[in-house]
Design a protein around this ligand. Sequence first.
Ligand code: SF4
Length: 218
Amino acid sequence: MNYQQGNKIIYRLRQSITIDKESYVAMQFSNPFEILVSIILSQNTNDKNSSRATRRFVEKIGTDPRLVIKTDQNELSEIIKSSGMYNQKARTIKRAAKWVVERYDGDLSKSRNDDPQSVKNELLKIKGIGPKTADVFLLFYLGARVFPVDVHIKRVSLRLNLAKGDYSVVSKKLLNVFENPLEAHLMLIALGRKYCRPKAPKCNICPLNDICPSANIF
Ligand code: SF4
């Protein structure tokens, strides 16, 4: 395993990017069930919308999954409306709450006693939770060595010629490039937001422009 390339990228990015936890919804909460809810609410929306929806969820319902199970489906949808796709997300949150109650007696912090891969396997059985949502929970809460891949990471990985393919291929390849997947995950998202945008990337001021094979080809 050779982390040389990844270390060089991270070193460069540290010079021009500061990780601001307000920009990453999963970093704004400490209770594990809140974290899981925030990740579900972040699906297909930006961190601002999902953060607002999670705060409203905590304010109106709290962090006890038993209270979520008791909450009326329409009421829950209304509470999380700002995150978009709220009916679908409300159903997923209710299923996740049921799992936490049945598997961990309502206390998701007990998942820290389990092997992260088995937690992931169980999360993936919940309809509405896919590999990225599960991996974000494993990385941010369980501190597992996994690499969640979102649209920014997929794009910058392709342009930097680090990885291409489906979710699991890119995720595995990036684990071989970066020593610290949490920092690299945050940095690559920030790179995608600040410089390596989908259209008109700012290659002229990107800190990686002398080592990136796609620099200035757009
Ligand atoms: S040089 Fe351009 S294409 Fe390469 S990572 Fe930077 S912004 Fe993206």
